[in-house]
Design a protein around this ligand. Structure first.
Ligand SMILES: Cc1ncc(COP(=O)(O)O)c(C=O)c1O
Length: 486
């Protein structure tokens, strides 16, 4: 047994030894039918007393790892038979599984849908046009660190550290109702608000609570792919609605549609704003068919010309619109904090569901966010963030105008620019080639139900992009497009 004991360690020698032998047993390093090393031999080998080895063996016997065979010595307990020697070498991730997981895992209903591919080390690339990420240097680090700290002291510590079971931080809910939502044209009371770990969790909660097998869900096409996954996983069937420069195009009616998922402020992924006429038309259709409308309002305040459009929820007189808000785009997605606004009855059902899932988002983050809003820092941060994004958006527009030789209409908001490339362009291939030049773009085809017909589309996220890299990055993209089409 090649092992060492650490004489400097505060842990008694016999315990160290016991641990090493136990690990060896679990890893299958001992022959099942051969005696374990004798206490005398082991003591000599390790330079410890026999007593130390005997104590270690006694503990292992008491716990059933080792049995004593009269006049023969100590052996592994047969009941713990670890398999053929060497078959279970220890080491991270090296234990071969004995469970046939493929026969145990329930089949995911969304296995036919493509997935958004994320490049894990995107931040190492010089020209980053990824979507859904932010520039850490734009985050209000000091102010956030201050509120995180403050949230751990009285009178806040209780709310930061308690098990809230199914409840949320009352201060944050109150501030959302008084300071955040009215600016979006939404006037609600605390019973109409539930905190989430981001809009994505909001969508999952809604899907679990409202959808069942075969339910029809109308989605924007192109639209948010992860939302489609969530609905299909809940058993729903998707009904695509086309999108043009005024947002989603209402179909004849919404008969039989259980749920309609919309991104009215800045359509995902094109960023166009849903016109007021269509908003009213969709609400009237939803009322006629009993459809629930989910307003996924993930980045409405990030508008660079004119003022943000009021939320669809503000027009809702029937409690039919469920509003999803998030702090992901104004601050950072890693905070994982968002909220749902809906009728109290639905909020209660969602709360119950959330309780058996995550219970509630971390209390510490909730209280810190409450203090962030209460101190006025939230509004200051949103203004600064919007200012920084506006500069990037302007640089993007200029570079696109300069280098792309086909028209790209750019709506005045959002954190990405949607590009319909020239006919014949293969954007997934373009994205792959560009990575070799240090440029990351997002393919756009998978935002459509019929991806194959839209391979010429791509998206340029700019929230995580460095301002100085915009011009060169866009030029490299334009050159790669030209190369491919040549
Ligand atoms: C349309 C849309 N909805 C929801 C989300 C998820 O946001 P969150 O980070 O709040 O979960 C995103 C993320 O990019 C999104 O684009």
């Amino acid at each position: 047994m090649a092992t060492q004991v650490d004489r400097e360690s505060p842990e008694p020698l016999y315990r160290q030894l016991r641990k090493v032998i136990e690990e060896g047993i679990v890893a299958g390093r001992y022959e099942p039918d051969a005696p374990l090393p004798s206490s005398r031999g082991l003591a000599l080998e390790l330079g410890v007393s026999r007593n130390t080895v005997n104590l270690a063996y006694q503990e292992l016997m008491a716990e059933g790892f080792v049995v004593s065979r009269p006049r023969s010595g100590l052996y592994l307990n047969d009941e713990l038979h670890p398999g053929p020697p060497g078959s279970r070498e220890a080491g991270p991730g090296r234990n071969p599984s004995r469970v046939d997981w493929s026969s145990r895992l329930t089949a995911a209903l969304d296995s036919g849908l493509p997935s958004i591919e994320k490049i894990p080390d995107w931040q190492r690339y010089p020209y980053v046009f990824v979507a859904g990420q932010v520039d850490p240097s734009a985050f209000p680090t000091l102010a956030w660190a201050r509120v995180l700290r403050e949230a751990l002291y009285q009178p806040h510590a209780h709310f930061s550290l308690r098990d809230g079971v199914s409840s949320d931080d009352p201060l944050l809910v109150d501030l959302l109702c008084r300071k955040i939502l009215p600016a979006r044209g939404i006037d609600v009371s605390p019973a109409e608000v539930l905190l989430t770990m981001g809009s994505q969790e909001g969508l999952s909660l809604l899907a679990r609570t409202l959808l069942g097998m075969g339910h029809l869900v109308a989605v924007e096409d192109p639209g948010y792919l992860d939302a489609r996954h969530i609905f299909v996983r809940a058993g729903a069937q998707l009904v695509p609605l086309a999108v043009d420069g005024s947002g989603v195009v209402p179909a004849g009616d919404l008969a039989d549609i259980a749920l309609l998922h919309l991104t009215p402020s800045h359509h995902h992924p094109t960023n166009v704003t849903l016109s007021i006429g269509r908003r009213r038309q969709l609400l009237a259709q939803a009322a006629a068919s009993g459809t629930i409308v989910v307003e996924d309002d993930y980045d409405s305040e990030l508008r660079y010309q004119g003022s943000p459009s009021p939320a669809l929820k503000g027009l809702d007189e029937e409690g039919r619109v469920v509003y999803l808000g998030t702090f992901s785009k104004f601050l950072a997605p890693g905070l994982r904090l968002g909220y749902i606004v809906a009728d109290p009855e639905l909020i209660e059902a969602l709360r119950e569901d959330r309780r058996y899932d995550i219970r509630h988002p971390p209390g510490h983050v909730q209280r810190a966010m409450a203090l962030f809003i209460e101190s006025g820092q939230y509004q200051r941060s949103v203004r600064q963030h919007r200012g920084a994004l506006r500069r990037k958006w302007e640089a993007m527009c200029e570079a696109i105008e300069r280098y792309f030789d086909w028209p790209v209409p750019v709506p005045p908001g959002g954190v990405s620019i949607w590009v319909e490339g020239p006919a014949g362009l293969d954007a997934p291939l373009l994205a792959r080639d560009l990575m070799g030049k240090g440029v990351i773009i997002e393919r756009g085809d998978i935002c459509f139900l019929d991806a194959a017909a839209h391979r010429h589309c791509f998206r340029l996220g700019f929230a995580a992009t460095r301002l100085e890299s915009v011009d060169t990055g866009v030029r490299l993209i334009a050159e790669a497009v030209a190369d491919q089409l040549e």
